[in-house]
Design a protein around this ligand. Structure first.
Ligand code: HEM
Length: 319
């Protein structure tokens, strides 16, 4: 984590972010649209007719991990192992962390880093058209990136690249189904689909809190002064429901004029993966609801008893 851009400040943060960001600008990400659509269709093809399917393992989880593994140039068959490492590492940010959880997370981080170091060596010999090769060539050109920074960036992308997206996919399907009626009204045009996804992000965000530190004394609200070094818990999920910022905040209204959700954060650390996450959500939700317009909950969707990540335990649906 010492090299994770999420927790770094300029100038190191700027240097790392600029390099990684090359692969995530909208123009690059747009090239993945057809692949995301094909993958969504493949996953839907595997649903067994007449049976309820839990969309989290069957649809929401495999899609983002496959895409980010392909982008990085890591073998897709490694998906389940990457997920295991990632789950063990992000357990560090959950409430009620124990020594055993910390040790498991540390072990996972070491194994994950060792795997990537081996992979970087392999990619140095055989560069490809992937993000890891791009980072290696940046390093070889100007020494702008140490090997530790490269490994940390890859781990951050693999972890961040799917945990939040999985939960957002589940939360979005549930939010849409809760509206009742014909779901095709949410996906009538690319603009409508994009607006639906933004409203899903606002309505039920997958990350409810990000902690940051104050660098200088600041009065955040009348009488509420934060001192340098104090932690601020930024309640993203709550900000998205602030009645002073959103008219009728508890209503799901993709056509709202005041859409400005903060689910991807704000400022210099604003989510690098936002264009990718938006594309994945737009394509996967549209494909799912177009293929199965009668999709419905087979049982009540249950939220996981966690804080920080806000997502479902199961999402059993019939179609
Ligand atoms: C719905 C899905 C996602 C949500 C809700 C989300 C949310 C966030 C949030 C809240 C932050 C912190 C922003 C801040 O501190 O102001 C963040 C940072 C970040 N996210 Fe995402 N994210 C998602 C998907 C992704 C994806 C798909 C990737 C990459 C493939 C990604 C990569 C990152 C990275 C690298 C950072 C750190 C950026 C920095 O520190 O400069 N995220 N994300």
């Amino acid at each position: 984590e010492a090299n994770s851009m999420l927790d770094l400040e300029p100038p190191v943060h700027t240097r790392l972010r600029t390099l990684v960001n090359r692969a995530f600008v909208s123009r690059q990400v747009e090239r993945l649209r057809a692949r995301v659509e094909a993958l969504a269709n493949e996953l839907i093809d595997r649903f067994e007719p007449g049976k309820a399917v839990d969309l989290l393992p069957a649809f929401a989880a495999p899609l983002p991990i496959t895409i980010i593994a392909e982008m990085l140039g890591v073998p897709v068959e490694m998906g389940p192992q990457l997920l295991d490492w990632s789950h063990q590492m992000v357990a560090m940010y959950m409430h009620g962390r124990t020594r055993a959880i910390e040790e498991t997370a540390n072990r996972a981080a070491r194994e994950f880093a060792d795997f990537l170091r081996g992979y970087v060596t392999e990619r140095r010999r055989n560069p490809g058209d992937d993000l890891l090769s791009l980072l290696i060539s940046a390093q070889e050109d100007g020494e702008r990136l140490s090997e530790d920074e490269m490994v940390s960036s890859a781990i951050l992308l693999l972890n961040a690249g799917h945990e939040a997206t999985v939960h957002q996919t589940g939360n979005a399907v549930r939010s849409i189904l809760m509206q009742g009626g014909d779901v095709s009204r949410f996906f009538g045009s690319p603009e409508a689909t994009a607006a639906t996804v933004e409203e899903c992000l606002r309505f039920d965000a997958p990350l409810h809190m990000f902690a940051r530190y104050a660098y200088q004394e600041i009065e955040v609200a009348p009488g509420i002064v934060v001192q340098p070094g104090e932690t601020i818990g930024l309640l993203l999920g709550m900000a998205n429901h602030d009645p002073r910022a959103f008219a009728d905040p508890l209503a799901f209204r993709p056509d709202r004029a005041d859409q400005k959700n903060v689910s991807f954060g704000a400022g210099i650390h604003f989510c690098i993966g936002a264009p990718l996450a938006r594309l994945e959500l737009q394509v996967s939700l549209k494909t799912l609801f177009e293929r199965h317009p009668k999709l419905h909950l087979a049982e009540e969707a249950r939220f996981r008893d966690t804080y920080h990540f806000h997502g479902l335990e199961t999402l059993a649906v019939g179609f």
